[in-house]
Design a protein around this ligand. Structure first.
Ligand code: AGP
Length: 613
């Protein structure tokens, strides 16, 4: 996803902007650029590839000192990732520069209009047309902010646009529709960015812009209106984590740091939410007991890892509350004519809170009359802001593209909600909330314990570095864990990997087995009704030559004779086991990518948050 930074103030603007872009690198990109305003002119430098290429360009051809700049890291949608298509894009007369995050859906129509008027386009991007439209609008509007308001009224799609003008230094204007944009309020300086990480080193005072809003920043002012110039109320908040939290703190990789932070993330997500007698308290849930007693269905919608956390949550929600729970891929949900109404609660799970597929799915759900509860890790982001209710996960910033600590805290947050729902509806089927709460409170220490298996897991990864494929099998909540283990390996090590419900093997996938194929098996706790069935599955795959890597709890000797490798898990209830069983699979994928020499924190083709459909 693209990264955006804007700056006006007393510092060297291009330096502030490029430093800010570096803090957004985790979002994934393929080119970068910067524009400054100085001496009545716009200067731009932009290069394909990593930020280091842009920095080299600036050293080779220095920019004029300036106090006004915008910068961009591009994740290509329209047009190849090359120097010409990199942002910023400039109007033909050179007086306006624009950067953009999102997709302008009526781009082709507007492009044809510009071509018919004699404009010469230099790039293949949708963004460039905005620079030309702004220049054409300036005579009628008289200033950049009004010109941007007028142009935005003509655009459809998702766009965060940031623009500067040659003869108005100390001013950056921006527009926001669907793609994220946050303002940083400094002392004699102000910032714009896609994510607070870009300016957290300078200020923690932030303002999240809402849908269809325009902001004008100068060194001493921040003015926010709608697309028609009407002032709008905005909420200012203080960013609770500091710049170091978004740094590696001594780890070689953000992913390693974030795997290690999981015990704290689980503990932090529980803080203040379970009282001493096991009652769950979800302050600010904003869903009345009467409403929760009246719902007759829950639909969880999400993407990727967040979707897998929803698959796990389903088991707990249905077991504890007896409310039917469906789990839907957000990109499929609204196109399958789903059945939902005011009695359906939709839960949108998202680490970034900006995933367009999930955002569009929840908007659809609300149009159908359902309330939406967001489970999110990003304070003030679009999905929670547009939901009826939110439970924040307290994982801290997750920078690595591959989600780890957010995944665990999404499970914890969903379990807390399920326990709360059981409390309100008087079900708590199977066991009292107090018992579940007690067990949940012990999980942080157990996640810490399972991290001790990491060295052994890394050795296993090296053994299978040349395997053409890796399979993962599990039953019940172990099945979504198998899916997540496969997803991690695909996105990090670019290997074929697949997760199956172990009971499905004999219905086809077992044909994949041959000598040496590595198969991870997630074994439920001893005494679980599915335990012996999955031990049989281990024998089935072993008999066909598989190399079995078995995740089983301490003391479970029943699997020893069938396992080539054993990864021991701390004892815990079956429904809570995903919080420990997924960790070795994260470590395995991380190590495999490292051994293969890949970019673990920013895998190819991926972005941290996918803000296009
Ligand atoms: C997970 O490792 C991936 N990075 C990806 O599947 C991610 O979980 C998905 O894109 C959803 O992102 P979100 O949680 O920010 O909505």
């Amino acid at each position: 996803m693209c990264g955006i930074v804007g700056y006006v103030g007393k510092q060297q603007a291009s330096t502030v902007v490029v430093d800010g872009l570096r803090r957004l690198e985790y979002r994934g990109y393929d080119s970068a650029g910067v524009a400054i305003v100085a001496n009545g002119a716009i200067e731009t430098r932009k290069k394909a590839g990593k930020l280091t290429n842009l920095e080299a360009e600036i050293i080779q051809t220095p920019l004029t000192p300036s106090h006004t700049a915008i910068g961009h890291t591009r994740w290509a949608t329209h047009g190849a990732p090359n120097d010409v298509n990199a942002h910023p894009h400039v109007s033909e007369d050179g007086t306006i520069a624009v950067i953009h995050n999102g997709i302008i859906e009526n781009f082709a129509y507007l492009r044809d209009e510009l071509l018919a008027s004699g404009v010469t386009l230099r790039s293949e991007t949708d963004t460039e047309i905005v620079a030309h439209l702004l220049a054409a609008q300036m005579p009628a509007s008289g200033n950049l902010a009004d010109a941007l308001r007028a142009v935005c009224q003509r655009l459809t799609g998702a766009f965060t646009l940031v623009a500067v003008q040659a003869d108005t230094p100390d001013l950056v204007v921006a527009a926001r529709r669907n793609s994220p944009l946050v303002v940083g309020r400094g002392n004699g300086e102000n910032f714009l960015a896609s994510d607070v990480a870009a300016f957290i080193a300078h200020t923690r005072q932030a303002i999240e812009l809402g849908q269809d809003q325009i902001v004008e920043i100068t060194p001493t002012s921040i003015v926010v209106t709608d697309f028609f110039g009407q002032p709008v109320d905005v909420t200012e908040y203080e960013v609770t984590w500091d710049a170091s939290a978004a740094e590696k703190n001594g780890y070689d990789l953000f992913m390693l740091k974030e795997i290690a932070e999981q015990p704290k993330a689980v503990a932090d997500t529980l803080i203040g939410r379970i009282d001493t007698d096991g009652k769950v308290k979800l302050d600010g849930l904003n869903l009345s007991d009467e409403y929760l007693q009246g719902i007759d269905k829950i639909i969880i919608t999400a993407c990727g890892t967040a979707y897998n956390s929803g698959l796990i949550a389903k088991y707990a929600i249905e077991h504890w509350t007896r409310v039917p729970c469906e789990v839907e891929l957000a990109s499929e949900f609204r196109y399958r004519d789903p059945i939902l109404d005011a009695s359906t609660l939709v839960i949108a799970i998202s680490q970034s809170g900006e995933t367009m597929d999930t955002l569009m799915a929840m908007r659809y759900a609300r149009e159908q009359g359902a309330k939406v509860l967001a489970i999110c890790n990003s304070n003030g982001s679009t999905i929670p802001r547009e939901s009826d209710s939110v439970i924040y996960t307290i994982a801290g910033p997750e920078v690595a593209v591959a989600s780890t600590k957010a995944f665990l805290t999404q499970i914890v947050a969903c379990y807390l909600f399920a326990m709360y729902l059981a409390q309100v509806r008087g079900t708590a089927y199977g066991q009292p909330n107090e018992q579940i709460a007690l067990e949940l409170g012990r999980m942080s220490a157990k996640v810490d314990l399972v991290l001790d298996t990491s060295e052994g897991v890394r050795a296993i990864a090296k053994e299978f570095v040349n395997s053409p494929s890796v399979l993962f099998i599990g039953r019940s909540v172990g099945f979504p864990v198998a899916l997540e283990g496969a997803l991690k390996l695909k996105e990090l090590a670019y290997m074929h990997a697949e997760g199956f419900a172990a009971g499905e093997l004999k219905h086809g996938p077992i044909a994949l087995l041959e000598d040496g194929v590595p198969v991870f098996v997630i074994v439920p706790p001893l005494g679980d009704e599915l335990h012996d069935k999955i031990v049989s599955n281990i024998q089935e795959v072993r008999a066909r030559g598989a190399r079995t890597i078995v995740l089983a709890e301490e003391g479970d000797e029943s699997i020893n004779e069938f396992a080539h490798h054993i990864i021991r898990l701390p004892k815990c209830p079956a429904l809570l086991q995903p919080l420990v069983s997924v960790v070795p699979l994260q470590v395995f994928a991380c190590e495999m990518a490292t051994v293969k020499g890949f970019d673990v924190d920013q895998p190819r083709n991926l972005a941290k948050s996918v803000t296009v459909e």
